[in-house]
Design a binder for this molecule. Structure first.
Ligand code: M6R
Length: 615
Protein backbone atom coordinates (compact mmCIF):
# COMPACT_ATOMS: atom_id res chain seq x y z
CA UNK A 1 0.00 0.00 0.00
CA UNK A 2 1.11 3.61 -0.49
CA UNK A 3 3.94 4.97 1.64
CA UNK A 4 4.80 8.47 2.84
CA UNK A 5 8.13 10.02 3.81
CA UNK A 6 8.86 13.63 4.60
CA UNK A 7 11.72 15.74 5.90
CA UNK A 8 12.22 19.36 6.89
CA UNK A 9 15.39 20.65 8.55
CA UNK A 10 18.43 22.84 8.05
CA UNK A 11 21.42 20.58 8.63
CA UNK A 12 20.77 17.73 6.22
CA UNK A 13 19.85 17.24 2.60
CA UNK A 14 16.32 15.92 2.21
CA UNK A 15 16.84 13.76 -0.90
CA UNK A 16 18.95 10.94 0.65
CA UNK A 17 16.59 10.75 3.65
CA UNK A 18 13.55 10.56 1.39
CA UNK A 19 14.99 7.93 -0.95
CA UNK A 20 16.18 5.77 1.93
CA UNK A 21 12.80 6.17 3.60
CA UNK A 22 10.99 5.10 0.43
CA UNK A 23 13.19 2.00 0.30
CA UNK A 24 12.25 1.16 3.85
CA UNK A 25 8.61 1.39 2.83
CA UNK A 26 9.01 -0.82 -0.25
CA UNK A 27 7.71 -3.77 1.75
CA UNK A 28 4.23 -2.25 1.66
CA UNK A 29 3.95 -2.89 -2.07
CA UNK A 30 3.73 -0.12 -4.72
CA UNK A 31 3.87 0.52 -8.45
CA UNK A 32 5.43 3.99 -8.76
CA UNK A 33 7.32 6.50 -6.67
CA UNK A 34 7.94 10.21 -6.54
CA UNK A 35 9.57 13.01 -4.67
CA UNK A 36 9.01 16.77 -4.26
CA UNK A 37 11.83 19.03 -3.14
CA UNK A 38 11.97 22.68 -2.32
CA UNK A 39 15.31 23.71 -3.79
CA UNK A 40 17.51 26.52 -2.53
CA UNK A 41 15.98 29.14 -4.81
CA UNK A 42 12.47 28.29 -3.58
CA UNK A 43 11.70 26.20 -6.60
CA UNK A 44 9.36 23.29 -6.01
CA UNK A 45 10.44 20.36 -8.15
CA UNK A 46 8.54 17.11 -8.52
CA UNK A 47 10.22 13.97 -9.90
CA UNK A 48 8.26 10.76 -10.48
CA UNK A 49 8.78 7.35 -12.04
CA UNK A 50 6.75 4.25 -12.66
CA UNK A 51 8.28 1.12 -11.13
CA UNK A 52 10.66 0.84 -8.24
CA UNK A 53 12.38 3.43 -6.07
CA UNK A 54 15.58 2.52 -7.96
CA UNK A 55 13.86 3.74 -11.16
CA UNK A 56 13.09 7.03 -9.45
CA UNK A 57 16.73 7.32 -8.38
CA UNK A 58 17.90 6.83 -11.98
CA UNK A 59 15.37 9.41 -13.13
CA UNK A 60 16.70 11.90 -10.58
CA UNK A 61 20.33 11.28 -11.49
CA UNK A 62 20.72 14.41 -13.59
CA UNK A 63 18.19 16.55 -11.74
CA UNK A 64 18.49 19.23 -9.10
CA UNK A 65 18.15 17.33 -5.84
CA UNK A 66 19.50 20.03 -3.56
CA UNK A 67 17.37 21.14 -0.65
CA UNK A 68 16.49 20.32 2.90
CA UNK A 69 12.71 20.19 2.60
CA UNK A 70 10.88 17.46 0.76
CA UNK A 71 8.13 14.87 0.64
CA UNK A 72 8.13 11.49 -1.08
CA UNK A 73 5.68 8.73 -1.86
CA UNK A 74 5.30 5.18 -3.08
CA UNK A 75 1.95 4.71 -4.83
CA UNK A 76 -0.21 1.61 -5.07
CA UNK A 77 -2.76 2.45 -7.75
CA UNK A 78 -6.41 2.89 -6.83
CA UNK A 79 -7.66 5.70 -9.12
CA UNK A 80 -5.86 5.67 -12.44
CA UNK A 81 -3.36 3.19 -13.83
CA UNK A 82 0.19 2.89 -12.50
CA UNK A 83 2.13 5.56 -14.42
CA UNK A 84 4.52 8.40 -13.76
CA UNK A 85 1.67 10.88 -14.38
CA UNK A 86 -0.52 9.30 -11.74
CA UNK A 87 2.38 8.85 -9.31
CA UNK A 88 2.57 11.29 -6.39
CA UNK A 89 3.48 14.05 -5.56
CA UNK A 90 0.87 16.04 -7.46
CA UNK A 91 1.23 19.72 -8.18
CA UNK A 92 -1.57 22.21 -7.94
CA UNK A 93 -2.29 24.01 -11.19
CA UNK A 94 0.04 26.94 -10.38
CA UNK A 95 2.73 24.49 -9.21
CA UNK A 96 2.97 26.40 -5.94
CA UNK A 97 1.77 23.37 -3.99
CA UNK A 98 2.69 19.68 -4.06
CA UNK A 99 0.87 16.92 -2.21
CA UNK A 100 1.30 13.24 -1.39
CA UNK A 101 -1.63 11.17 -0.21
CA UNK A 102 -2.42 7.70 1.11
CA UNK A 103 -6.07 6.66 1.11
CA UNK A 104 -9.07 7.42 -1.06
CA UNK A 105 -11.10 10.61 -1.54
CA UNK A 106 -14.52 9.11 -2.14
CA UNK A 107 -16.26 12.26 -3.41
CA UNK A 108 -13.40 13.20 -5.72
CA UNK A 109 -15.48 12.99 -8.91
CA UNK A 110 -17.97 15.55 -7.69
CA UNK A 111 -15.25 17.94 -6.47
CA UNK A 112 -13.31 17.49 -9.70
CA UNK A 113 -16.36 18.37 -11.79
CA UNK A 114 -16.94 21.55 -9.75
CA UNK A 115 -13.32 22.58 -10.16
CA UNK A 116 -13.30 21.79 -13.88
CA UNK A 117 -16.44 23.88 -14.29
CA UNK A 118 -14.42 26.73 -12.82
CA UNK A 119 -11.73 26.19 -15.46
CA UNK A 120 -9.16 24.24 -13.46
CA UNK A 121 -7.22 21.75 -15.55
CA UNK A 122 -6.14 18.29 -14.37
CA UNK A 123 -3.24 16.23 -15.62
CA UNK A 124 -3.78 12.92 -13.81
CA UNK A 125 -6.65 10.51 -13.15
CA UNK A 126 -6.12 10.56 -9.41
CA UNK A 127 -8.30 11.59 -6.51
CA UNK A 128 -5.16 13.09 -4.96
CA UNK A 129 -4.74 15.76 -7.61
CA UNK A 130 -8.34 16.76 -6.92
CA UNK A 131 -7.45 17.42 -3.29
CA UNK A 132 -4.44 19.63 -4.02
CA UNK A 133 -6.39 21.59 -6.64
CA UNK A 134 -9.20 22.07 -4.14
CA UNK A 135 -6.75 23.33 -1.52
CA UNK A 136 -5.25 25.80 -3.98
CA UNK A 137 -8.63 26.94 -5.20
CA UNK A 138 -9.74 27.65 -1.60
CA UNK A 139 -6.41 29.27 -0.76
CA UNK A 140 -6.55 31.68 -3.69
CA UNK A 141 -10.25 32.33 -3.84
CA UNK A 142 -10.46 33.24 -0.17
CA UNK A 143 -6.91 34.51 0.22
CA UNK A 144 -6.19 32.06 3.05
CA UNK A 145 -2.95 30.73 4.45
CA UNK A 146 -2.14 27.12 3.61
CA UNK A 147 -3.18 25.67 6.97
CA UNK A 148 -6.61 27.28 6.84
CA UNK A 149 -7.09 26.26 3.21
CA UNK A 150 -6.21 22.66 4.15
CA UNK A 151 -8.71 22.73 7.01
CA UNK A 152 -11.48 24.08 4.78
CA UNK A 153 -10.69 21.55 2.03
CA UNK A 154 -10.60 18.59 4.42
CA UNK A 155 -13.98 19.68 5.67
CA UNK A 156 -15.33 19.09 2.16
CA UNK A 157 -13.78 15.73 1.38
CA UNK A 158 -15.24 12.36 2.26
CA UNK A 159 -12.84 9.47 2.59
CA UNK A 160 -9.60 8.38 4.13
CA UNK A 161 -6.30 10.19 3.93
CA UNK A 162 -2.83 10.71 5.20
CA UNK A 163 -1.41 13.72 3.37
CA UNK A 164 1.64 15.94 3.33
CA UNK A 165 1.81 19.26 1.50
CA UNK A 166 4.54 21.70 0.52
CA UNK A 167 4.03 25.31 -0.52
CA UNK A 168 7.03 26.82 -2.33
CA UNK A 169 6.14 30.29 -1.00
CA UNK A 170 6.58 28.95 2.55
CA UNK A 171 9.66 26.74 2.33
CA UNK A 172 9.99 26.55 6.11
CA UNK A 173 6.80 24.52 6.61
CA UNK A 174 5.38 21.08 5.88
CA UNK A 175 1.73 20.40 6.67
CA UNK A 176 0.43 16.88 7.19
CA UNK A 177 -2.97 15.49 8.13
CA UNK A 178 -4.58 12.13 8.79
CA UNK A 179 -7.94 10.45 8.78
CA UNK A 180 -8.12 6.64 8.85
CA UNK A 181 -4.67 6.29 7.34
CA UNK A 182 -1.62 6.22 9.60
CA UNK A 183 0.95 8.99 9.84
CA UNK A 184 3.89 9.40 12.21
CA UNK A 185 5.90 12.57 12.87
CA UNK A 186 9.51 12.18 14.04
CA UNK A 187 10.94 15.00 16.09
CA UNK A 188 14.64 15.81 15.81
CA UNK A 189 16.80 18.78 16.71
CA UNK A 190 15.18 21.61 14.73
CA UNK A 191 14.08 19.09 12.14
CA UNK A 192 11.04 16.94 11.53
CA UNK A 193 10.53 13.62 9.79
CA UNK A 194 7.32 12.16 8.49
CA UNK A 195 6.39 8.56 7.72
CA UNK A 196 3.37 6.41 7.07
CA UNK A 197 4.98 4.25 9.73
CA UNK A 198 8.03 4.71 11.90
CA UNK A 199 10.44 2.71 9.71
CA UNK A 200 11.73 5.66 7.61
CA UNK A 201 12.21 7.72 10.77
CA UNK A 202 13.87 5.55 13.40
CA UNK A 203 17.35 5.90 11.95
CA UNK A 204 17.25 9.60 12.85
CA UNK A 205 15.14 9.94 15.98
CA UNK A 206 13.25 7.78 18.45
CA UNK A 207 10.90 10.62 19.44
CA UNK A 208 7.64 10.31 17.53
CA UNK A 209 4.05 11.45 17.53
CA UNK A 210 1.45 9.08 16.09
CA UNK A 211 -1.13 11.43 14.64
CA UNK A 212 -4.74 10.68 15.55
CA UNK A 213 -7.68 10.83 13.18
CA UNK A 214 -8.54 14.44 12.44
CA UNK A 215 -5.07 15.74 13.44
CA UNK A 216 -3.27 18.26 11.26
CA UNK A 217 0.45 18.65 11.99
CA UNK A 218 2.32 21.85 11.22
CA UNK A 219 6.08 21.24 11.03
CA UNK A 220 7.73 24.65 10.90
CA UNK A 221 11.44 25.29 11.20
CA UNK A 222 12.39 27.04 14.42
CA UNK A 223 9.11 26.11 16.09
CA UNK A 224 7.75 23.20 18.11
CA UNK A 225 5.50 20.70 16.40
CA UNK A 226 1.99 22.12 16.31
CA UNK A 227 -1.03 19.81 16.05
CA UNK A 228 -4.49 21.21 15.43
CA UNK A 229 -7.80 19.83 14.28
CA UNK A 230 -9.98 20.84 11.39
CA UNK A 231 -11.56 23.57 13.55
CA UNK A 232 -8.09 24.93 14.33
CA UNK A 233 -8.27 23.92 17.99
CA UNK A 234 -4.76 23.31 19.25
CA UNK A 235 -4.11 19.79 20.58
CA UNK A 236 -1.35 18.43 22.81
CA UNK A 237 0.43 15.70 20.89
CA UNK A 238 1.83 12.83 22.95
CA UNK A 239 5.49 12.29 22.15
CA UNK A 240 6.40 8.60 22.37
CA UNK A 241 9.76 6.85 22.32
CA UNK A 242 9.82 4.10 19.68
CA UNK A 243 11.74 0.98 20.55
CA UNK A 244 12.21 -0.71 17.16
CA UNK A 245 15.76 -0.65 15.86
CA UNK A 246 17.09 -0.77 12.34
CA UNK A 247 18.50 -4.26 12.80
CA UNK A 248 14.96 -5.44 13.31
CA UNK A 249 13.89 -4.19 9.91
CA UNK A 250 16.89 -5.22 7.87
CA UNK A 251 17.52 -8.64 6.40
CA UNK A 252 20.16 -9.75 8.88
CA UNK A 253 22.08 -11.86 6.35
CA UNK A 254 19.07 -13.67 4.89
CA UNK A 255 18.39 -13.33 1.16
CA UNK A 256 14.80 -12.31 1.81
CA UNK A 257 12.82 -10.82 4.66
CA UNK A 258 10.39 -13.72 4.44
CA UNK A 259 13.10 -16.30 5.16
CA UNK A 260 14.47 -14.16 7.98
CA UNK A 261 11.00 -13.88 9.46
CA UNK A 262 10.38 -17.63 9.19
CA UNK A 263 13.64 -18.31 11.02
CA UNK A 264 12.94 -15.65 13.63
CA UNK A 265 9.83 -17.42 14.85
CA UNK A 266 11.34 -19.21 17.88
CA UNK A 267 12.67 -15.90 19.18
CA UNK A 268 9.51 -14.03 18.28
CA UNK A 269 7.30 -16.47 20.13
CA UNK A 270 9.54 -16.24 23.19
CA UNK A 271 9.06 -12.46 23.05
CA UNK A 272 5.34 -12.96 22.61
CA UNK A 273 5.11 -15.15 25.73
CA UNK A 274 7.65 -13.22 27.82
CA UNK A 275 6.03 -11.70 30.88
CA UNK A 276 2.82 -13.56 30.11
CA UNK A 277 3.85 -17.14 30.87
CA UNK A 278 5.53 -17.22 34.28
CA UNK A 279 8.98 -18.73 34.84
CA UNK A 280 7.51 -21.85 36.45
CA UNK A 281 5.53 -22.26 33.23
CA UNK A 282 2.30 -23.02 35.03
CA UNK A 283 0.39 -19.78 34.60
CA UNK A 284 -0.59 -17.26 31.92
CA UNK A 285 -1.33 -13.64 32.71
CA UNK A 286 -2.80 -11.31 30.12
CA UNK A 287 -3.31 -7.88 31.61
CA UNK A 288 -6.37 -7.27 29.42
CA UNK A 289 -8.06 -10.26 31.05
CA UNK A 290 -7.43 -8.81 34.47
CA UNK A 291 -8.49 -5.27 33.60
CA UNK A 292 -11.64 -6.32 31.75
CA UNK A 293 -12.38 -9.58 33.55
CA UNK A 294 -16.13 -9.18 33.94
CA UNK A 295 -16.71 -8.16 30.31
CA UNK A 296 -14.84 -11.20 29.11
CA UNK A 297 -16.26 -13.62 31.67
CA UNK A 298 -19.79 -12.59 30.74
CA UNK A 299 -19.33 -12.85 26.98
CA UNK A 300 -22.13 -14.90 25.44
CA UNK A 301 -20.38 -15.13 22.11
CA UNK A 302 -17.05 -14.23 20.53
CA UNK A 303 -16.87 -12.89 16.98
CA UNK A 304 -13.44 -12.86 15.35
CA UNK A 305 -13.01 -10.40 12.47
CA UNK A 306 -9.94 -10.49 10.24
CA UNK A 307 -8.64 -10.81 6.67
CA UNK A 308 -6.22 -13.15 4.92
CA UNK A 309 -3.70 -14.91 7.11
CA UNK A 310 -5.15 -13.27 10.20
CA UNK A 311 -8.51 -14.83 9.32
CA UNK A 312 -6.83 -18.25 9.22
CA UNK A 313 -5.39 -17.59 12.68
CA UNK A 314 -8.94 -16.67 13.70
CA UNK A 315 -10.19 -20.12 12.61
CA UNK A 316 -7.68 -21.68 14.97
CA UNK A 317 -8.76 -19.20 17.66
CA UNK A 318 -12.35 -20.41 17.25
CA UNK A 319 -11.35 -23.99 17.99
CA UNK A 320 -9.22 -22.94 20.95
CA UNK A 321 -11.88 -20.74 22.53
CA UNK A 322 -14.73 -23.18 21.91
CA UNK A 323 -12.67 -26.11 23.20
CA UNK A 324 -11.45 -24.46 26.37
CA UNK A 325 -13.95 -21.69 27.19
CA UNK A 326 -17.14 -23.33 25.88
CA UNK A 327 -18.22 -20.02 24.32
CA UNK A 328 -19.55 -20.09 20.74
CA UNK A 329 -17.24 -18.33 18.30
CA UNK A 330 -17.98 -16.98 14.81
CA UNK A 331 -15.09 -16.16 12.51
CA UNK A 332 -15.93 -13.52 9.93
CA UNK A 333 -14.15 -12.02 6.97
CA UNK A 334 -14.04 -8.39 8.08
CA UNK A 335 -14.94 -7.26 4.56
CA UNK A 336 -18.19 -9.26 4.64
CA UNK A 337 -19.04 -8.53 8.26
CA UNK A 338 -18.90 -4.76 7.80
CA UNK A 339 -21.49 -4.73 5.03
CA UNK A 340 -24.02 -7.38 5.97
CA UNK A 341 -25.65 -5.70 8.95
CA UNK A 342 -24.64 -8.51 11.33
CA UNK A 343 -26.43 -9.22 14.59
CA UNK A 344 -24.05 -7.98 17.27
CA UNK A 345 -25.07 -7.39 20.87
CA UNK A 346 -23.60 -5.84 23.99
CA UNK A 347 -22.88 -9.34 25.27
CA UNK A 348 -20.57 -10.11 22.35
CA UNK A 349 -16.82 -9.81 22.47
CA UNK A 350 -15.37 -8.98 19.06
CA UNK A 351 -11.74 -9.93 18.55
CA UNK A 352 -10.01 -8.01 15.76
CA UNK A 353 -6.95 -9.83 14.46
CA UNK A 354 -4.49 -7.86 12.34
CA UNK A 355 -0.74 -7.87 11.91
CA UNK A 356 -0.56 -4.31 10.60
CA UNK A 357 -3.39 -2.94 12.71
CA UNK A 358 -4.27 -0.86 9.67
CA UNK A 359 -6.37 -3.17 7.48
CA UNK A 360 -9.25 -0.98 6.34
CA UNK A 361 -11.91 -3.71 6.41
CA UNK A 362 -10.92 -4.93 9.86
CA UNK A 363 -10.88 -1.39 11.20
CA UNK A 364 -14.34 -0.75 9.72
CA UNK A 365 -15.62 -4.02 11.26
CA UNK A 366 -14.32 -2.84 14.63
CA UNK A 367 -16.08 0.52 14.28
CA UNK A 368 -19.33 -1.22 13.33
CA UNK A 369 -19.17 -3.65 16.26
CA UNK A 370 -18.39 -0.74 18.59
CA UNK A 371 -21.45 1.15 17.39
CA UNK A 372 -23.51 -1.92 18.20
CA UNK A 373 -22.16 -1.96 21.73
CA UNK A 374 -19.85 -5.00 21.59
CA UNK A 375 -16.67 -5.14 23.63
CA UNK A 376 -13.68 -4.96 21.27
CA UNK A 377 -10.42 -6.83 21.85
CA UNK A 378 -7.51 -6.28 19.47
CA UNK A 379 -4.75 -8.76 18.70
CA UNK A 380 -2.26 -6.84 16.57
CA UNK A 381 1.45 -6.53 15.91
CA UNK A 382 2.11 -2.91 14.90
CA UNK A 383 2.29 -0.90 18.09
CA UNK A 384 0.20 2.26 18.13
CA UNK A 385 -1.55 1.38 14.86
CA UNK A 386 -5.18 2.26 14.19
CA UNK A 387 -6.93 -0.97 15.25
CA UNK A 388 -5.38 -1.19 18.74
CA UNK A 389 -6.29 2.44 19.21
CA UNK A 390 -9.90 1.75 18.25
CA UNK A 391 -10.39 -1.21 20.60
CA UNK A 392 -11.37 -1.38 24.29
CA UNK A 393 -8.33 -3.46 25.09
CA UNK A 394 -6.14 -6.13 23.57
CA UNK A 395 -2.86 -7.95 23.44
CA UNK A 396 0.06 -7.16 21.15
CA UNK A 397 1.72 -10.19 19.61
CA UNK A 398 5.18 -8.58 19.94
CA UNK A 399 6.86 -10.42 17.05
CA UNK A 400 8.63 -7.30 15.72
CA UNK A 401 8.13 -5.60 12.35
CA UNK A 402 7.02 -8.01 9.63
CA UNK A 403 8.37 -6.79 6.30
CA UNK A 404 7.78 -9.71 3.89
CA UNK A 405 4.37 -9.26 2.27
CA UNK A 406 3.57 -12.91 2.97
CA UNK A 407 2.75 -13.07 6.65
CA UNK A 408 4.63 -15.74 8.63
CA UNK A 409 5.71 -14.81 12.14
CA UNK A 410 2.58 -12.74 12.67
CA UNK A 411 0.49 -15.89 12.09
CA UNK A 412 2.31 -17.91 14.75
CA UNK A 413 2.28 -14.87 17.05
CA UNK A 414 -1.48 -14.51 16.63
CA UNK A 415 -2.06 -18.21 17.29
CA UNK A 416 0.15 -18.02 20.40
CA UNK A 417 -1.79 -15.05 21.77
CA UNK A 418 -5.11 -16.73 20.96
CA UNK A 419 -3.92 -19.82 22.84
CA UNK A 420 -2.95 -17.76 25.87
CA UNK A 421 -6.24 -15.87 25.68
CA UNK A 422 -8.30 -19.08 25.45
CA UNK A 423 -6.66 -20.88 28.36
CA UNK A 424 -6.46 -17.79 30.59
CA UNK A 425 -10.15 -17.09 30.03
CA UNK A 426 -11.03 -20.77 30.46
CA UNK A 427 -9.11 -20.78 33.75
CA UNK A 428 -11.00 -17.70 34.93
CA UNK A 429 -14.33 -19.25 33.88
CA UNK A 430 -13.50 -22.63 35.37
CA UNK A 431 -14.09 -24.42 32.08
CA UNK A 432 -10.65 -26.08 31.99
CA UNK A 433 -9.29 -28.56 34.53
CA UNK A 434 -6.25 -27.21 36.31
CA UNK A 435 -4.07 -30.12 35.18
CA UNK A 436 -4.92 -29.56 31.55
CA UNK A 437 -4.42 -25.81 31.89
CA UNK A 438 -0.90 -26.32 33.25
CA UNK A 439 -0.15 -28.87 30.53
CA UNK A 440 -1.12 -26.42 27.77
CA UNK A 441 0.93 -23.63 29.37
CA UNK A 442 4.00 -25.88 29.62
CA UNK A 443 3.59 -27.19 26.13
CA UNK A 444 3.09 -23.70 24.69
CA UNK A 445 6.27 -22.56 26.43
CA UNK A 446 8.15 -25.40 24.70
CA UNK A 447 6.92 -24.47 21.22
CA UNK A 448 9.88 -22.15 20.35
CA UNK A 449 12.28 -25.13 20.77
CA UNK A 450 10.00 -27.32 18.67
CA UNK A 451 9.93 -24.71 15.91
CA UNK A 452 13.74 -24.60 16.03
CA UNK A 453 13.68 -28.35 15.44
CA UNK A 454 11.27 -28.01 12.51
CA UNK A 455 13.45 -25.31 10.95
CA UNK A 456 16.15 -27.98 10.57
CA UNK A 457 14.02 -29.43 7.76
CA UNK A 458 14.78 -26.33 5.68
CA UNK A 459 17.21 -28.11 3.33
CA UNK A 460 14.89 -31.08 2.92
CA UNK A 461 12.02 -28.72 2.09
CA UNK A 462 14.23 -26.81 -0.36
CA UNK A 463 14.95 -30.14 -2.16
CA UNK A 464 11.26 -30.93 -2.27
CA UNK A 465 10.56 -27.49 -3.67
CA UNK A 466 12.95 -28.18 -6.56
CA UNK A 467 11.00 -31.38 -7.32
CA UNK A 468 7.60 -29.72 -7.24
CA UNK A 469 8.32 -26.35 -8.88
CA UNK A 470 6.80 -27.71 -12.12
CA UNK A 471 3.29 -27.87 -10.61
CA UNK A 472 0.49 -25.56 -11.71
CA UNK A 473 -1.88 -26.60 -8.93
CA UNK A 474 -1.53 -27.78 -5.35
CA UNK A 475 -4.02 -29.17 -2.85
CA UNK A 476 -3.54 -28.79 0.90
CA UNK A 477 -5.52 -31.04 3.26
CA UNK A 478 -5.90 -31.07 7.02
CA UNK A 479 -8.55 -31.71 9.66
CA UNK A 480 -9.54 -30.09 12.93
CA UNK A 481 -6.80 -27.70 14.05
CA UNK A 482 -4.89 -28.55 10.87
CA UNK A 483 -7.59 -27.39 8.46
CA UNK A 484 -6.77 -23.66 8.89
CA UNK A 485 -3.09 -24.63 8.50
CA UNK A 486 -3.97 -26.18 5.13
CA UNK A 487 -5.69 -22.94 4.12
CA UNK A 488 -2.70 -20.92 5.26
CA UNK A 489 -0.22 -23.19 3.43
CA UNK A 490 -2.22 -22.77 0.22
CA UNK A 491 -2.42 -18.98 0.64
CA UNK A 492 1.34 -18.73 1.16
CA UNK A 493 2.02 -20.67 -2.03
CA UNK A 494 -0.48 -18.64 -4.08
CA UNK A 495 0.83 -15.31 -2.85
CA UNK A 496 4.49 -15.70 -3.65
CA UNK A 497 4.82 -18.41 -6.31
CA UNK A 498 1.58 -17.62 -8.23
CA UNK A 499 0.74 -21.33 -8.28
CA UNK A 500 -2.94 -22.03 -7.86
CA UNK A 501 -3.51 -23.79 -4.52
CA UNK A 502 -6.57 -24.77 -2.49
CA UNK A 503 -6.88 -25.75 1.14
CA UNK A 504 -9.59 -28.21 2.15
CA UNK A 505 -10.70 -30.17 5.19
CA UNK A 506 -9.34 -33.61 4.25
CA UNK A 507 -12.73 -35.31 4.42
CA UNK A 508 -14.20 -32.83 1.94
CA UNK A 509 -11.88 -34.19 -0.73
CA UNK A 510 -14.42 -36.83 -1.74
CA UNK A 511 -17.05 -34.16 -2.25
CA UNK A 512 -15.35 -32.64 -5.27
CA UNK A 513 -11.61 -31.94 -5.25
CA UNK A 514 -10.77 -35.63 -5.71
CA UNK A 515 -11.75 -35.14 -9.35
CA UNK A 516 -8.64 -32.97 -9.77
CA UNK A 517 -6.22 -35.64 -8.66
CA UNK A 518 -3.90 -37.15 -11.25
CA UNK A 519 -0.17 -37.80 -11.47
CA UNK A 520 0.54 -34.06 -11.88
CA UNK A 521 -1.23 -33.00 -8.70
CA UNK A 522 0.86 -32.53 -5.56
CA UNK A 523 -1.23 -32.87 -2.40
CA UNK A 524 0.19 -31.64 0.90
CA UNK A 525 -1.46 -33.54 3.75
CA UNK A 526 -1.10 -32.70 7.43
CA UNK A 527 -1.23 -36.21 8.88
CA UNK A 528 0.17 -36.01 12.38
CA UNK A 529 -0.62 -38.55 15.10
CA UNK A 530 -3.84 -37.12 16.50
CA UNK A 531 -7.48 -38.12 16.82
CA UNK A 532 -8.02 -37.94 13.06
CA UNK A 533 -4.87 -39.81 12.07
CA UNK A 534 -6.49 -42.98 10.71
CA UNK A 535 -9.03 -41.06 8.69
CA UNK A 536 -6.39 -38.81 7.15
CA UNK A 537 -4.25 -41.88 6.38
CA UNK A 538 -7.20 -43.26 4.41
CA UNK A 539 -7.39 -39.97 2.48
CA UNK A 540 -3.74 -40.42 1.56
CA UNK A 541 -4.50 -43.95 0.25
CA UNK A 542 -7.28 -42.49 -1.88
CA UNK A 543 -4.94 -39.89 -3.35
CA UNK A 544 -2.27 -42.49 -4.10
CA UNK A 545 -4.86 -44.76 -5.72
CA UNK A 546 -5.34 -41.93 -8.24
CA UNK A 547 -1.59 -41.39 -8.77
CA UNK A 548 -1.57 -38.08 -6.86
CA UNK A 549 1.76 -37.06 -5.36
CA UNK A 550 1.63 -36.81 -1.59
CA UNK A 551 3.84 -34.65 0.62
CA UNK A 552 2.83 -35.60 4.15
CA UNK A 553 3.58 -33.78 7.38
CA UNK A 554 3.81 -36.57 9.93
CA UNK A 555 4.71 -37.13 13.56
CA UNK A 556 8.31 -38.16 14.14
CA UNK A 557 8.86 -41.87 13.50
CA UNK A 558 5.65 -42.46 11.52
CA UNK A 559 6.54 -45.37 9.25
CA UNK A 560 3.08 -46.19 7.98
CA UNK A 561 2.63 -42.98 6.04
CA UNK A 562 6.29 -42.89 5.00
CA UNK A 563 5.61 -46.13 3.08
CA UNK A 564 2.81 -44.66 0.97
CA UNK A 565 3.62 -40.94 0.62
CA UNK A 566 6.05 -39.55 -1.96
CA UNK A 567 7.74 -37.45 0.69
CA UNK A 568 7.35 -36.99 4.42
CA UNK A 569 8.41 -34.14 6.68
CA UNK A 570 8.64 -35.16 10.31
CA UNK A 571 7.33 -32.90 13.04
CA UNK A 572 7.98 -33.07 16.78
CA UNK A 573 5.02 -34.21 18.88
CA UNK A 574 2.92 -31.65 20.64
CA UNK A 575 -0.66 -31.30 21.88
CA UNK A 576 -3.19 -31.33 19.09
CA UNK A 577 -4.35 -27.78 19.87
CA UNK A 578 -0.78 -26.50 19.43
CA UNK A 579 0.05 -28.42 16.26
CA UNK A 580 -0.63 -25.42 13.98
CA UNK A 581 2.37 -23.68 15.54
CA UNK A 582 4.73 -26.38 14.30
CA UNK A 583 2.99 -27.70 11.18
CA UNK A 584 2.71 -24.28 9.56
CA UNK A 585 6.52 -23.87 9.48
CA UNK A 586 7.34 -26.40 6.69
CA UNK A 587 4.47 -24.97 4.65
CA UNK A 588 5.94 -21.49 4.92
CA UNK A 589 9.32 -22.90 3.86
CA UNK A 590 7.81 -24.88 0.98
CA UNK A 591 6.09 -21.79 -0.44
CA UNK A 592 9.27 -19.77 0.03
CA UNK A 593 11.56 -22.24 -1.76
CA UNK A 594 9.14 -22.86 -4.63
CA UNK A 595 8.89 -19.09 -5.19
CA UNK A 596 12.69 -18.79 -5.13
CA UNK A 597 13.02 -21.69 -7.62
CA UNK A 598 10.55 -19.92 -9.89
CA UNK A 599 12.54 -16.69 -9.60
CA UNK A 600 9.66 -14.73 -8.08
CA UNK A 601 9.89 -11.55 -6.03
CA UNK A 602 9.35 -13.22 -2.65
CA UNK A 603 9.15 -10.15 -0.45
CA UNK A 604 7.09 -8.02 -2.79
CA UNK A 605 4.86 -10.33 -4.80
CA UNK A 606 2.98 -8.82 -7.70
CA UNK A 607 -0.32 -7.04 -7.00
CA UNK A 608 -0.03 -7.46 -3.23
CA UNK A 609 0.41 -4.87 -0.54
CA UNK A 610 1.64 -5.50 2.98
CA UNK A 611 -0.88 -3.29 4.58
CA UNK A 612 -4.27 -3.10 2.85
CA UNK A 613 -5.45 0.32 3.96
CA UNK A 614 -8.15 0.64 1.29
CA UNK A 615 -11.12 -1.69 0.90
O1 M6R B 1 -2.32 -6.72 8.62
P1 M6R B 1 -3.41 -7.74 8.60
O2 M6R B 1 -3.11 -8.94 9.41
O3 M6R B 1 -4.76 -7.17 8.96
O4 M6R B 1 -3.51 -8.17 7.08
C1 M6R B 1 -4.50 -9.05 6.63
C2 M6R B 1 -4.16 -9.59 5.27
O5 M6R B 1 -4.08 -8.57 4.33
C3 M6R B 1 -2.84 -10.37 5.28
O6 M6R B 1 -2.84 -11.40 6.21
C4 M6R B 1 -2.55 -10.95 3.89
O7 M6R B 1 -3.45 -11.96 3.59
C5 M6R B 1 -1.11 -11.43 3.84
N1 M6R B 1 -0.52 -11.07 2.60
C6 M6R B 1 -0.98 -12.90 4.02
O8 M6R B 1 0.30 -13.38 3.82
Amino acid sequence: MCGIVGYIGTKRQAYPILIKGLKRLEYRGYDSAGIALINGNDDLNVYKAKGKVADLESFCAEKNIEGSVGIAHTRWATHGEPSSTNAHPHYSESKNLAIIHNGIIENYAEIKKNLMDKGIKFVSDTDTEVLVQLIEYIQERKNLDLLTAVQVALHQVIGAYAIAILDKRHPDTVIAARKQSPLVVGIGDDEFFLGSDASPIIEYTDQVVYLEDGNIAVMKLGEELKVVNILNEELSPEIKTVDINLGQIEKGGYPHFMLKEIFEQPECLKNCMRGRINVEQDHVTLSALIDYRSWLLNAKRVIIVACGTSWHAGLIGKQLIETFCKIPVDVEYASEFRYRNPVVTKEDVVIALSQSGETADTLAAVELAKEKGAFIYGICNAIGSSIPRATNTGTYIHVGPEIGVASTKAFTGQVSVLTMFAIALADAKGTIKHGEYVKVVQELASIPEKITEVLKTNEQVADLARTFTYAHNFLYLGRGFSFPVALEGALKLKEISYIHAEGYPAAEMKHGPIALIDSDMPVVVIATHNAMYEKVRSNIQEIKARQGRVIALVSKGDEAIAKIADAVIELPDTMECLEPLVSTIPLQLLAYHIAVCKGKDVDQPRNLAKSVTVE
